[in-house]
Design a binder for this molecule. Structure first.
Ligand code: ADP
Ligand code: SF4
Length: 686
């Protein structure tokens, strides 16, 4: 039987290798790198099993002058790094995919804080764009260029030795020496490597020619290249068109990327699926070689359109493959309703940004494949006929119900309100966050296929209700509420609030309880997205909004999700006043007192109402009641999960629900033990 998606399962020839379909996991960072290679091998293998025809590593530093510590990526500095790289390639092959390796020289983006080598680039410039370390790169001499070419060749040779099928020449994202040479922003050379676009692409040509020669048909050569730098003085359309005109037939594959990772991996709050299309459309015509590109593609129809309209040959994905490693197989098997669609939140990016193993809001098994043995689709079967009652159908309750249901347990999921999804449903109504609903939608679809899980809506539960049921095991996933007393990071004790002052929290806005009056101060001591989103919501409803925060920027933690700059821009453009470096010290009627965080110097801000976005408290009364009932012998086990255990991200809540399901009926471990497998560095001889 034919399917509208058959075109996605056609093979594509990439030089000497042929893919089994058009699904291509482009190189992506994961915060595991050289520190957790076995964990990475398992993660990549599962994607291969899930149907991705090519699975790539992240950037692999080719030399000690390309050291982006403290970030944790792979290295191919010398033969010592090969066992880890071999393990990853082998795992990808075992999973049934071709293995790609992205060889990278970070050039002036590498502060070399570990190696203490002097960074090198096209010009004498401070290291950029990812760091403001007080370090300058020096302009490469001809002998440096010769060195770089040799290092790259060595890395190619080593990549072949350990079995990679697709070998990258990397020139994208502002992270690569090749990008720096190509970009007029960074390249101010006056020799044959600077000036005209032909000169600026000279090093790219040389590395491509070296790689093609070294590979000698034993693997495909891919080139990941910036198509648009999104700065007035950077790489633009005319540059990439010139590159393709000159070098279009040199590699076996072109992988199109933006000029910054931030521009490539935009969140759903700021960009729709397929946002790169405007920069990529038409480029395929300039080469006979296959092209791959990304766009947070989760819709098979959008993928088919990319191929049919001749924009891409291969559907590239990082985030969609993280959220659902089995996305290709689900399309192949027509199980579209079970696709775990990426919500575009960039929690995955925060792993790499914080040098911790990758995590994902939608896929709690991401990063846990090796160290905890979790799988995105399977779980070990149930070990008893126990029945489990779960209270609360937010992200943690839904995930616990799904995962326990997959294991085969009988589950009753009790939700107090009419809606499933808890905070996800509430928050997805906020400006820009509608895609977050997918956390609920995927789980609702998955639960609909599990006859052993029953969902009861409008069923608020008390401890007495629960004890009356015959369930012996209870998971409490009742969530958390936003505080309205000002306690957060800055003030750890309640703020002085005058009687009659109008004080609200995000929960009031979720329930459509809006401030009276016109002028509102939003106080953000949470520092993630909520303060800025709440300010946007109120502004859109016509209030005059000031956002006050002790931080130097609004939502500073979103530097890790690549949103911090766009958030400031959106706030400014919507006419929201930002008052940074100020703490809220007192709330009166008609105004608040704020103080400079460095000098304590106070000032008054007039307003009719204050919305406090500071911290949350777990809704743990039911849990505590049930613990008492368990201790009295009425129940066998009680566990709290998600925000009820400790308020955190949606990703943390989903993960917590999954963990409870995985650990149910598992042999009791002492919490003195490390709760996961570790890979500990082997000592070198003294
Ligand atoms: P989490 O992020 O941990 O999943 P949420 O706040 O998103 O938490 O979801 C908690 C869910 O629990 C909400 O849908 C809420 O309506 C529900 N809930 C809270 N208390 C009860 C209760 N006593 N009985 C049933 N449902 C409850
Ligand atoms: Fe998508 Fe968010 Fe998962 Fe990243 S963490 S893959 S953005 S759902």
């Amino acid at each position: 039987m034919t399917s509208p998606y058959d075109i996605l399962f056609e093979p594509v020839k990439i030089g000497p290798v042929t893919t089994k379909n058009r699904f291509y996991q482009v190189p992506h960072c994961n915060g595991m790198g050289y520190r957790d290679p076995s964990a990475q091998a398992s993660m990549r293998k599962i994607k291969a099993e899930g149907g991705w025809s090519v699975v790539c590593t992240e950037q692999v530093e080719i030399h000690a002058t390309s050291d982006i510590a403290p970030f944790i990526e792979l290295r191919i500095w010398d033969d010592q790094d090969l066992p880890a790289l071999a393990r990853i390639a082998d795992a990808i092959h075992e999973g049934g995919a071709l293995a790609g390796i992205e060889l990278a020289h970070n050039g002036m983006n590498a502060p070399n804080q570990l190696s203490r080598e002097i960074p090198i680039g096209p010009s004498h410039l401070p290291v950029a764009p990812d760091t403001i370390a007080p370090i300058q790169a020096r302009a490469m001499t001809k002998s440096d260029i010769a060195d770089l070419r040799r290092w790259h060749r060595n890395a190619v040779r080593r990549s072949l030795e350990v079995g990679y099928d697709v070998i990258y020449v990397y020139g994208a994202h502002g992270y690569s020496t090749l990008h720096h040479f190509l970009s007029p922003r960074y390249n101010s050379r006056t020799d044959e490597y600077g000036g005209s676009v032909i000169n600026r692409m000279r090093l790219l040509r040389e590395l491509l020619e070296d790689t093609v020669e070294e590979v000698a048909g034993r693997a495909a050569v891919a080139c990941r290249i910036t198509v648009e730098e999104e700065t007035h003085d950077g790489i633009h359309r005319e540059d990439i068109e010139a590159v393709l005109g000159e070098l279009g037939e040199l590699p076996d594959l072109w992988d199109f990327a933006m000029g910054s990772w931030e521009g490539d991996s935009m969140t759903s709050r700021f960009a729709p699926e397929g946002r790169q299309e405007e920069f990529v459309v038409g480029l395929k015509k300039l080469t006979t070689k296959p092209v791959v590109g990304v766009g947070r593609f989760t819709s098979p129809d959008a993928m088919v359109r990319q191929v049919k309209t001749g924009i891409l040959d291969l559907i590239g994905a990082a985030r969609p493959s993280i959220a659902d490693p089995f996305l290709p197989n689900k399309i192949r098997d027509n199980r579209l309703e079970l696709i775990r669609e990426c919500i575009g939140c960039n929690i995955c990016v925060t792993g790499d940004q914080t040098m911790s193993p990758i995590r994902c809001t939608q896929n709690p098994s991401m990063g846990e494949e090796w160290r905890r043995g979790w799988h995105p689709e399977f779980s070990r079967p149930k070990e008893s006929d126990s029945r489990v009652l779960i209270v609360g159908a937010g992200p943690s309750g839904l995930e616990a119900a799904r995962a326990l249901g997959v294991r085969g347990y009988d589950v009753a999921l009790m939700e107090g309100s009419r809606e499933l999804g808890g905070r996800v449903t509430r928050e997805s109504r906020l400006p820009g966050l509608s895609a977050w609903n997918r956390v609920r939608d995927y789980r609702e679809s998955a639960l609909a296929q599990l006859p052993n899980v029953e969902i009861f809506r409008e069923s608020p539960m008390t401890a007495d209700d629960i004890v009356e049921f015959e369930f012996q095991h209870v998971l409490v996933a009742t969530g958390a509420t936003w505080r309205t007393d000002g306690v957060g990071r800055w003030h750890t004790r309640p703020l002085p609030i005058a009687p009659g002052a109008q004080v609200l929290g995000p929960d009031d806005l979720f329930a459509d309880r809006l401030p009276d009056g016109k002028r509102v101060v939003v106080y953000d001591d949470d520092h993630y997205y909520m303060g800025g989103v709440v300010a946007e919501l109120l502004r859109a409803k016509g209030y005059d909004v000031s956002i006050v925060t002790p931080s130097p920027q609004v939502s500073p933690w979103t530097v890790n999700t690549f949103e911090v700059n766009r958030i400031q821009r959106r706030l400014i453009q919507s006419g929201i006043e930002r008052i940074t470096d100020h703490a809220l010290n007192a709330i009166g009627v008609g105004g608040v007192t704020i103080a400079d965080v460095y000098t304590d110097s106070p000032r008054e801000v007039e307003c009719d109402a204050v919305v406090l976005v500071t911290a949350r408290l777990p809704k743990e009364e039911l849990y505590l009641d049930l613990v008492a009932r368990r201790d009295a012998g009425d129940l066998a086990s009680v566990r709290s999960v998600g925000d009820c255990l400790a308020p955190g991200t949606i990703a943390a809540a989903v993960w917590s629900g999954r963990r409870a399901a995985e650990e149910f009926d598992a042999p009791q471990r002492s919490n003195d033990d490390v709760p996961f497998r570790r890979e500990v560095t082997e000592l070198a001889p003294l």
